[in-house]
Design a binder for this molecule. Sequence first.
Ligand code: FAD
Length: 388
Amino acid sequence: MHTSKHDVLVIGGGIIGLVTAWRAAQRGLSTAVADPAPGGGAAHVAAGMLAAVTELQYGEQTLLDLNLASAARYPDFTAELSAATGLDTGYRRCGTLAVALDADDRAQLRDLHAFQTSLGLEAQWLSGRDCRRLEPLLAPGVRGGLRVEGDHQVDPRRLAAALLRAAELAGVRLLRSAVARVECAADRVTGAVLADGTVVAAGRTVLAAGSESGRIAGVPADVLPPVRPVKGQILRLRIPPTHAPFLSRTVRAVVRGSHVYLVPRENGELVLGATSEEFGWDTTVTAGGVYELLRDAHELVPGITELPLTETLAGLRPASPDNAPLLGRTALDGLLLATGHHRNGVLLTPVTGDVMAEVLTSDTGELPAYAGAFGAQRFAAARQEQTV
Ligand SMILES: Cc1cc2nc3c(=O)[nH]c(=O)nc-3n(C[C@H](O)[C@H](O)[C@H](O)COP(=O)(O)OP(=O)(O)OC[C@H]3O[C@@H](n4cnc5c(N)ncnc54)[C@H](O)[C@@H]3O)c2cc1C
């Protein structure tokens, strides 16, 4: 049986666990990450839209502020990562065009535009003709759209690879095994036991296991985060040089109530997503999911059916009850959360790293003021009532 001892143990080496570990190590904390497959997780599937403005939903204004704070960090964050690792993250300042395909969609998009404008966000209304002038391959029936020049993209696979490398270079120890159970002694979390038998002792343990965070053994039921998996199926296509440039920015729409988006990467990949399904931990790619994505995307950009289809896959978004992340201390001493980022985990990676570094190094362990609304314990009272 091996043992190791650290200031911080991070459970889960997805982008959220890795950014937490990297930032903790940079602040001088001896840090380990336990994950059988670090650098994978939902980021292997995700589209990588940094869509604070186009993904705005009613009732999520508090989350909007955190999303915008993270989007603003992206240029420096990716530059720092690339300088530290020599790896490119595929950060691309391309903007986004959200379009309407019929009169109902147009009315909804107009409402969204009014809401965005009322919050001081930058979004420009365009006629259908102006949308097609920007993106000539859009369907002739497009009725109008919103041009959001501030919603960019990053390649989440490259981001995860760079974070993994940066963490290693900063001295983070990678333990390539799952956490079998979290260890508690005298009402305090003291680390974890891994599936390979390694005992990891840690002053603080950060639970960042994505959609698995709500079912890690050893954590009392009333402390486990209320995180559920939301499945997303996604397709990857390739734009042959003969078809380039295909799209110059992210293009999205709501078709029959479902969101569909096309994210063109600089390397010629086109990501087409995504379904949103609540079926537990299932990651099967279904014929129905692929059919619906292709059908809806074809209505938006008919030319996609000519492109080679290179990959179909599904991943799980870690969703909290209010779609916002759960960050910082739990009611159990020694245990912290960095999870629940749902559909904005890629966008929220830079700000999450900063928040967690602050919590792990400040004397009080409090969240910084700008993240005060995202405390790990905000659902605890409701959960205790449910268990009584
Ligand atoms: C189809 C799809 C599209 C998306 N598109 C976008 C987008 O455009 N923009 C955006 O901002 N976000 C997007 N997201 C969301 C984003 O990908 C996630 O919010 C983010 O990747 C979550 O990261 P995480 O590190 O919290 O969790 P995960 O990526 O799930 O990582 C959790 C890690 O924990 C590990 N783990 C699990 N159990 C254990 C255990 N017992 N012991 C040790 N390790 C364990 C896993 O192996 C995994 O590596 C999308 C997600 C999906 C599925």
